[in-house]
Design a protein around this ligand. Sequence first.
Ligand code: UD1
Length: 376
Amino acid sequence: MSDTRAKKILHVVGARPNFMKVAPVMKAVAKHPGRLQQVLVHTGQHYDYQMSALFFEELEIPEPDYNLGIGSDSHGAQTGRMLIETETILLQERPDWVVVYGDTNSALAGALAAAKLHIPVAHVEAGLRSFDRTMPEEVNRIVTDQVASLLFTPSRDGDQNLLHEGISKEKIEFVGNVMIDTLAQALTREERLSYTTAPGTEGLLEQLNGRQYVLTTLHRPSNVDDPRALSDIVSALGDISAKVPVIFPVHPRTQKRMQEMSLREWPSEFRLLEPLGYFDFLALMRKAAAVVTDSGGIQEETTYLGIPCLTVRPNTERPVTITHGTNALVSSHPEVLLSAIEAALRRQRSGTPAVRPELWDGRASQRIVDVLLRMD
Ligand code: UD1
């Protein structure tokens, strides 16, 4: 039975990168059953098994109390429907805090619905800025941070960005990176990281054992919705695969775009896979010679692991991955990208980095819960 005096925390998640962030926070909240209780709302932004339920199973996230089943649509329609449905739940549940994660449409909708009802919002991964408002995520970050009452930042640059936008110092809490909490925990499961389970990946780690290979992911609209950019990137990856295997788990958005394009035949070492679960992906990432991506989270994970990362974007909202990590920005121009990958493959991989960004230590979610406990 839940204690009626316990503070009620309502988490709103919906898309794949939200799940590895909510998992450690929910575990940390669950350690205080008398003082905190929690409700989980899944908007259903991501709904394929490999984009959602698989992560709940692997990261032992409790079944959502509510699944809104929103699914895909234009940004306005998707966010609007999330807003309507979340408001109904908030009126029913009357939580003390709504906690939202990252920069997805689900985070924006959760934050807006709560703020309109005067329910305080805590934003995990606050303050990150690419300064590029053509990215849907940048708009989500700015608006979410403006309506939040507590802003949990993963790096000091986040604090600076928020202060520059006029957010008061008292609302900002530098806690570190919750995504790294999940990663650090997963890395203790050596046995689970010695194989992959997804259909089509049986024996893959054994085949790759001792070989250099490139792991890649792409899903940003700026790369995959623009046929020229997508074919440039894929062509550079295809060329590299003549030398070393390229492992490419394909995001559904990217899969659709690739089906629409007439792309050339792939060399056999260009391995297109379905989206992978957390452990399969990590098993491949930690042994990769280089990672080519446009993901936010993977820039952070490769920094923690000490693996060279090439981010195919003109900017990043995660500058510590460049100043303290292994990340470099690279253009999608095929020759530039190709030579950047070749250079990364020539460099000896350093493995575990000497220095990791401050407070990326596996305890960020505990710090978040400590703050929530001391709030009125
Ligand atoms: C979203 C987030 C992005 C995050 C990414 C990680 C926003 C604005 N973007 O982008 O920040 O990095 O998730 O994956 O919130 N689809 C499926 N099955 C699914 C989910 C999506 O087929 O389970 C398809 C949809 O039909 C849609 C496309 O993928 O066409 C994009 O989905 P959407 O949620 O709009 O954005 P993402 O590109 O995944």
